[in-house]
Design a protein around this ligand. Structure first.
Ligand SMILES: Cc1cc2nc3c(=O)[nH]c(=O)nc-3n(C[C@H](O)[C@H](O)[C@H](O)COP(=O)(O)OP(=O)(O)OC[C@H]3O[C@@H](n4cnc5c(N)ncnc54)[C@H](O)[C@@H]3O)c2cc1C
Length: 329
């Protein structure tokens, strides 16, 4: 997670907030908690979603940027705030403790206490079973047209997938690609006849065969080989299968999930459970670094200001007055 060893968390430590997940969503929430001088612990298992790629695109002022470098910079900037700490660990459970706080269990130590929780655990992607997939993932193989479509401009693109979403996905890539070929993993494409027609009308070839292997060196994809033996020349591949939000902790806490399984939040990142906030890909909406960071900023500031009027926890400075109470009274 960082070059320096993570600070040990004292067994009796109590935090204003524990942030679970150290991708752009969690780091941004922790930063804003720290700027409000709240004592925050960020716990991160270190498997941020875009760790497979060397370049994340479209982040304002850092386009492109190595995601590991961006997160490393954010962690070291967080380190300048004396009320914030990061540890590389996994949170295994969170439960309500006496009063309105929480007990947070980590794999690597005794539980810690927190007044608030921010969940930014992200999603888990499902990958196609194609030989050589991880040799090319993040270099020539991607799942997100918004993130990496521009890099596919004027190039030959193969799309791996078969579900109902495949038509829209393949057609979207025509915004950039010179050619798009859909390779199904099934006997036939699960698309309505009208969808199949719109693909063909726009010159998208459909190959109903199983993708078997990716040919070429990392960053220099040459072709996709299908089970029937044919080689389809291509420069990039995109896939669309599925991804699942990592909602285990949110469900333990009783947070309401939306119809697609993401954690429901309001504009401030508040979940349906008092004192629990969520941000990033775990919540509904666009899945981009900049959006995750923005949602983290909303959740972090809302979480910090929800603590107005609460006395300082050990190790944090005395807070200012509760603005609302001062004005009312
Ligand atoms: C290949 C690829 C390329 C991409 N390219 C781009 C791009 O070019 N531009 C762009 O804007 N977006 C891109 N994205 C999307 C971007 O990565 C995500 O939108 C962004 O990472 C979401 O941030 P997050 O903080 O919500 O989640 P993540 O970045 O996934 O971070 C979640 C963190 O939580 C940790 N965690 C999970 N559970 C626990 C637990 N129980 N305890 C402790 N830690 C836990 C994980 O280990 C992980 O480190 C790309 C994604 C992929 C997969």
């Amino acid at each position: 997670m960082s070059a320096s060893p993570p600070p040990a968390v004292a067994p009796d430590a109590i935090f204003d907030a524990v942030v679970v997940g150290g991708g752009p969503g969690g780091l941004s929430a922790a930063l804003w908690l720290a700027r409000y001088r709240r004592k925050a612990l960020l716990v991160d298992a270190g498997e941020h979603r875009n760790r497979w790629t060397e370049q994340a695109h479209g982040y304002l002022g850092s386009d492109p940027v190595d995601p590991a470098e961006l997160l490393g910079r954010a962690r070291s900037q967080l380190g300048r705030y004396d009320t914030a700490a990061c540890v590389q660990d996994s949170v295994t459970a969170i439960r309500r403790s006496a009063g309105d706080g929480f007990t947070v269990e980590l794999t690597g130590g005794t539980p810690v206490a927190a007044r608030r929780i921010v969940l930014a655990t992200g999603v888990r992607d499902e990958f196609p079973a194609v030989e050589g997939f991880f040799d090319h993932y993040g270099a020539s193989v991607f799942h997100c047209p918004s993130c990496d479509g521009y890099e596919a401009r004027d190039r030959r693109v193969v799309v791996l997938g078969w579900g109902a979403q495949i038509t829209g996905f393949a057609l979207e890539l025509l915004d950039w690609a010179a050619t798009v070929t859909v390779v199904t993993d099934r006997e036939s494409l699960a698309a309505a006849p009208a969808d199949r027609r719109s693909l063909l009308d726009r010159g998208v070839e459909v190959v109903e065969d199983r993708p078997a292997g990716l040919i070429g060196a990392r960053g220099a994809l040459e072709a996709l080989e299908v089970a029937g033996g044919a080689r389809l020349p291509c420069d990039m591949a995109f896939f669309t299968i599925d991804h699942a939000p990592l909602t285990g902790l949110a469900e333990q806490l009783g947070c309401r999930l939306g119809p697609e399984g993401f954690v429901e939040v309001d504009d401030c990142g508040r979940t349906s459970v008092e004192g629990v906030y969520a941000a990033g890909d775990l919540t509904p909406g666009l899945q981009l670094v900049q959006v995750a960071a923005a949602k983290g900023a909303s959740a972090g500031t809302a979480c910090a200001t929800s603590l107005r009027g609460a006395p300082a926890v050990p190790g944090a400075p005395e807070p200012g007055p509760d603005v609302g109470a001062a004005i009312d009274g």
